[in-house]
Design a protein around this ligand. Sequence first.
Ligand code: 13P
Length: 312
Amino acid sequence: MVNNSARLRSRIKALKREKNAVILAHYYTTPEVQAVADFLGDSLALAIKAQQIEADIILFAGVHFMAETAKVLCPEKKVLIPCPEAGCSLAESCEANDFATFKAKYPDHKVVSYVNTTVEVKALTDICCTSSNALQVVEAIPAEQPLIFAPDRNLGAYIRKLTGRSNMVLWDGACHVHEEFSLERLLELKRLHPEARVVAHPECRAYILEAADFVGSTAAILDYCGRSDAGEFIVVTEAGILAEMQRRYPSKTFIPAPPDDETCGCNNCRYMKMVTLENIVSCLENEAPEIHIDEEIRKQAERSILNMIHIK
Ligand code: 13P
């Protein structure tokens, strides 16, 4: 008997063909969702891919802001999200009306926002960034220009430290996964694995980043693990990325860093894990739920995303 997962995978394959659909998935989704994706990537790569795709339908296996970004860039395509409730604690930490009030206090500042924001916040933004290009984006803006950086205070503080840019105010938001890592437990793991390199995402708190050998986006971490001569890594980001690490580098060992409370499973983004093979099948069959965006807002948000994509 064909097992359920194999049946769902073959149904997804048939639906993709029948509907001329492609699936984009983020590294934080489950391994079985990653396995049905046509493109797997970090948020920057997926935003760029969405722009280049030749298909009638894009199904975004990821969280809501990522599907919204794809729709902003591809208004003529049908963009589907299998689980619209899959939010993002960072995007939710920055509500557009509150952000507009904050922005009004700094009329001379330009706004740099992380893509982990709603489309309404992107519309209030001058230039978006992801964790892959935040440094490049900030460095591309003249040093004397004051900035607002939103919504991740940890990534903002890290970029401020790298650039020495004191004229950058930070919105006080954070990612519930990356904030939970425990320094004590990380140091304990380092003692147990003295040869291992610590790789961390810049959404982690400053004391975690200081203990890391390498800090970077999911894509940059993946590259570093390939380049490095080390055989063992302690991974301080969402644990979904371990599937891709093991797939790419089967001879290396990857150890997920524990959160403060090991029973909470908080090194897993509960939102990313809401995407399943079942809801992908149903989404492709019904061509719903679909992302819809007001055209005025979309155009304003598009400008801030394209400003980012055009920075080389
Ligand atoms: P990346 O830019 O590394 O894909 O990070 C996305 C994200 O949502 C991290 O919380």
